[in-house]
Design a protein around this ligand. Structure first.
Ligand code: UDP
Length: 469
């Protein structure tokens, strides 16, 4: 009998660094289980990516393949499309392109067994159900954020409103969230209500989805995962970066020549502060100055990922104080996985994007949490009060509120030499062990991945039988 082609899973990715990284990692992970993977993204973003790993000929059919759909932009103009327009543009282009892609794959002998979609492109599950192909979601934020959005969407709990903007939110399996710890897109004062609309659409589409893979692990968020499991088929499979390290950031959208690791090699163990605000947030000039003086005041060497704001423009000078770079290194982009894993790094000043949060947890580094918007404020609460690996710097509307140099310095001291520093370090080291155990053979996340693969297999067999009869 002819050999069956491997199961073919198509991952459709939203063009943001925080989406590309976990999707590439999931692609690698699933392909290591013998699945054929196609990673789909819009063409102009694909052109921005540093180097798309090509499957080696020896990898055979079960490897990661790439496919792109036209979005009518080039790699420069796509960066300037406002987010709300980008969401609509991708939906139009993607709804048109996906069915054709599916047909092409089938004609080439690789029929699609399953789609994996993403919170910002909920329409993928529509396309999948029209084509009668099973669809799963990779939720790339915490389970805590998932349940918060879910409860908001289904009006299952009171949230802050224009009349009562400071209301606390109480949800099952969750610590109480103060109003400024609720994902900011849900807050009545958010300047980005369309982001909430888009993320929440996901929940309107949940019925179309047979499984929600989550970039978290059972030991990290046990109560909330248990509660979410009562209404939704969730499978925590993270930290994906630990189980499927993507070598040298092939999906990096920002490129910068520098030798961060070489520089860290020359620093003492446990001496360096690493500062990064992820791929989107940029500090204002005023905030950069306060950060710079805070770093100088702390006396610690530092590796700082800093870029000008959109308004300042890509080529603007950062205007950092004289003499700063004698004490540390300032770069536009760093290989974050390697940096966090480096022995020289003592702590991480982070904007608390969920990828960065899980990277800190998996690397066992204490944090200074400096959240700005979205789920970052919720992640910061968990880092400080639940995971207990750091302190939160600044509160409230951090977009407009300046965090002063004294506060920067105080936080750095607290996580490195203060009376609670040792405890935070021990907690961080414990989370690293838990994260590693979760992705090892027999660990909770590894088991969930295997169950997912089995489920895809079962559904694929069932569809074949149905088609045959
Ligand atoms: N990242 C990186 N180098 C940098 C800054 C960020 O490799 O200099 C990576 C980081 O490791 C993470 C992703 O970019 O995987 C950012 O995702 P996150 O969810 O933390 O934040 P976002 O960029 O979505 O705000």
């Amino acid at each position: 009998a002819p050999t069956e082609p491997p199961l073919h899973v198509v991952l459709v990715c939203f063009p943001g660094q925080g989406h590309i990284n976990p999707f590439l990692r999931l692609a690698n992970l699933l392909s290591s289980h013998g699945l054929r993977i196609t990673f789909v993204i819009n063409l102009s973003t694909a052109r921005q990516m540093k180097s798309l790993p090509q499957p080696s000929p020896s990898a055979g059919a079960a490897a990661v393949h790439f496919d792109f759909f036209e979005d009518g932009h080039d790699e420069e103009s796509i960066k300037r499309v406002p987010l709300d327009q980008l969401l609509t543009l991708l939906e139009h282009a993607g709804r048109k392109a996906l069915p054709q892609m599916v047909q092409n794959y089938a004609e080439a002998g690789n029929p699609v067994s399953c789609f994996v979609s993403n919170p910002f492109i909920p329409w993928v599950s529509d396309v999948a159900s029209t084509l009668d192909i099973p669809c799963a979601v990779l939720w790339i934020q915490s389970c805590a954020s998932f349940t918060t959005y879910y409860h908001f969407h289904n009006k299952l709990a009171p949230f802050p409103t224009a009349e009562d903007p400071e209301r606390d939110v109480v949800l099952p399996g969750m610590p109480l969230l103060k109003h400024d710890e609720v994902p900011s897109f849900l807050h009545p004062t958010t300047p980005y209500p369309f982001l909430a609309t888009s993320i929440l659409q996901q929940f309107a589409h949940l019925a179309n989805v047979f499984c929600v893979l989550m970039e978290t692990f059972e030991e990290l968020e046990p109560e909330v995962i248990r509660h979410v499991s009562t209404f939704c088929k969730v499978k925590p499979v993270g930290p994906l970066w630990l189980s499927a390290r993507a070598s040298a950031g092939p999906g990096d959208l920002i490129q910068a020549e520098n030798d961060c690791v070489g520089w860290l090699d020359g620093q003492l163990p446990g001496s360096v502060v690493y500062i990064s605000m992820g791929s989107i947030v940029a500090m204002t000039a005023e905030q950069r100055a306060e950060m710079a003086h805070g770093l100088l005041g702390s006396g610690m060497p530092f590796l700082w990922v800093a870029r000008p704001t959109m308004d300042e423009g890509d080529d603007a000078d950062l205007g950092l104080p004289e003499g700063l770079e004698e004490r540390g290194k300032v770069v536009r982009w760093a290989p974050q996985e390697e940096v966090l894993g480096h022995v020289a790094v003592a702590c991480f000043v982070t904007h608390c994007g969920w990828n960065s949060t899980l990277e800190a947890i998996g690397a066992g580094k204490p944090v200074v949490a400096f959240p700005q918007w979205g789920d970052q404020v919720t992640d910061a609460k968990f880092l400080e009060e639940v995971f207990r690996v750091g302190v939160r710097m600044g509160r409230g509307d951090t977009w407009t509120k300046l965090v002063r140099r004294e506060e920067v310095e105080r936080c750095l001291r607290e996580v490195t030499v203060g009376p609670r520093a040792e405890e935070m370090k021990e907690n961080a080291a414990r989370w690293k062990r838990e994260a590693e155990a979760a992705v090892k053979a027999g660990g909770s996340s590894e088991r969930n991945v295997r169950e997912f693969v089995e489920e895809v297999k079962k559904r694929s067999v069932r569809r074949k039988t149905e088609t045959a009869t």
